[in-house]
Design a protein around this ligand. Structure first.
Ligand code: SF4
Length: 451
């Protein structure tokens, strides 16, 4: 049997698709590309924006044109939040929500046996999503160098624009021993970078009753202190032997603060790059978003990181056009982008999402205003990133090379502070670390010289 997967959205979705692929391979299926003929198509959807829903629908409609008799299984966040809408699309056989991935092989077998004419739904109410669904350790990734490790599920922050808590359910963390055993097996397979991912990784282990006993350590100042949250996992992974590094997929400023990130800097395998979603530079908008920090607290975290390492890489997400966002508010976001010099800014136009508070708010802005602000902020963010790169010229960073880039004739990799780096090399340096002197901005990254 041939099966194809099409994945939208975040690193967690990509991790879950990989885990599913391995389950179907164990059952004797052959994995084919999502453009090829297959007996089964699995679409792992995203619903973070209206555009994500549209892309999910486009692909769902496409698979029946490739094979009219295929089984079409739609899983993931769009299926969880809007099962009826998904099920109404012609040709959908299975609609499976969050926490239903482990059972998907069974659902596919049932669909093949029963040849139902109407879709079969496997979707629980998001408030029932309280168990961590252990999908088992993955053993490979598309990349040979970097592997994602899912450590956490769900979110309880309910930022007013965000649909994710309704798609993913309550905060629940993966057992530490499962994370460590997956990490060890991936390192044995030669992966050099472990990317910790989750819906809100900073909330790791924060749900009541997760820890039997508190973890106390003697920290860098010789003081006893309790560790919690993602530091527990970073500390455990940092202690594993071997030449590898740890990268955090994202870190929510709604959970961590300057003092917390300072502690994380004590772990030498942890990359000096954090994806700290700022969302807006305006305190009025941050408050309306229910993001329990203000621009001063965010900046304090940036200063803490940059005082430890002046070229600490910080990337972020910013929403423009949030309901009621004034020109003054937008200027505050521009100002933060110029001040922080993010290495990368993902700019999103506000998208009305079902069940969210912001959807009911007054002052929704016209698409033209959102488009204009988005274009302007993308331009300003690119200039700020170039300024950050220029400040890196002449500095040394550790780079993990991923592959030879035949188009440029360089080996391409990423520095610890998450800059794409291109270097010349006579020998094959794929999947190896090298100390590099950063030269000048090049493409979406920098040229460098191996020391
Ligand atoms: S922290 Fe806010 S933006 Fe992030 S997943 Fe949770 S609700 Fe969504």
């Amino acid at each position: 049997m041939k099966i194809a997967f099409y994945t939208l959205g975040c690193k967690v979705n990509q991790y879950e698709t990989q885990a599913l692929k391995e389950k179907f391979i164990d059952k004797g299926y052959e994995i084919v590309e999502d453009t090829e003929f297959a007996d089964v198509y699995v679409i792992n959807t995203c619903t973070v924006t209206g555009l994500a829903d549209r892309k999910s629908r486009q692909y769902i409609r496409r698979v029946k044109r490739i094979n009219a008799d295929c089984i079409t299984a739609v899983i993931g966040c769009y299926a969880q939040v809007n099962p009826e809408e998904v099920g109404a699309i012609a040709g959908v056989d299975i609609v499976a929500g969050t926490n239903e991935k482990n059972k998907l092989p069974l659902y596919v077998e049932e669909a093949m046996a029963q040849k139902n004419i109407i879709p079969v739904y496997h979707v629980k109410d998001y408030q029932e999503l309280c168990e961590y669904e252990e999908t088992g350790s993955i053993t490979s990734m598309e990349s040979r160098t970097r592997a994602f490790i899912k450590i956490q599920e769900g979110c309880n922050r309910f930022c007013s624009y965000c649909v994710i808590p309704y798609a993913r359910g309550a905060v629940r963390s993966r057992a530490k021993e499962d994370i460590l055993s997956e990490a060890k097996s991936l390192l044995e397979k030669g992966f050099k970078e472990l990317v910790l991912t989750g819906i809100n990784t900073a909330l790791y282990g924060m749900e009541p009753g997760f820890y039997q006993d508190e973890e106390m350590i003697v920290d860098e100042n010789g003081e006893q202190r309790k560790i919690y949250g993602i530091e527990v996992i970073v500390r455990a992974l940092n202690a594993l032997p071997g030449d590898f590094r740890i990268r955090l997929g994202s870190l929510e400023p709604t959970v961590v603060n300057a003092e917390y990130v300072k502690h994380l800097l004590n772990y030498n395998k942890l990359c000096h790059h954090f994806h700290l979603s700022m969302q807006s530079g305006s305190n009025a908008v941050l408050s309306a978003m229910n993001r329990n920090y203000d621009r001063e607290m965010y900046f304090e975290m940036v200063n803490e990181l940059r005082s430890a390492d002046p070229r600490f890489g910080i990337s972020t997400d910013i929403i423009v056009g949030f309901p009621g966002e004034t020109e003054r508010d937008f200027r505050d976001s521009v100002d933060m982008v110029e001040k922080v010099e993010f290495c990368k800014v993902h700019v999103f136009k506000y998208s009305k999402r079902p069940m969210t508070k912001a959807a009911q708010m007054k002052g929704h802005l016209a698409p033209e205003v959102k488009n204009k602000r988005s274009e302007e902020l993308i331009r300003i963010a690119e200039t700020a990133a170039q300024n950050f790169y220029t400040r890196l010229s002449g500095c040394e960073r550790m780079v993990l090379f991923e592959e030879y880039d035949s188009k440029t004739g360089y080996y391409r990799g990423h520095s610890d502070n998450f800059i794409e780096v291109y270097c010349k090399s006579e020998e094959d340096i794929s999947n190896t670390f090298a100390r590099v002197t950063m030269d000048k901005p090049y493409r979406l990254g920098m040229l460098g010289t191996i020391k």
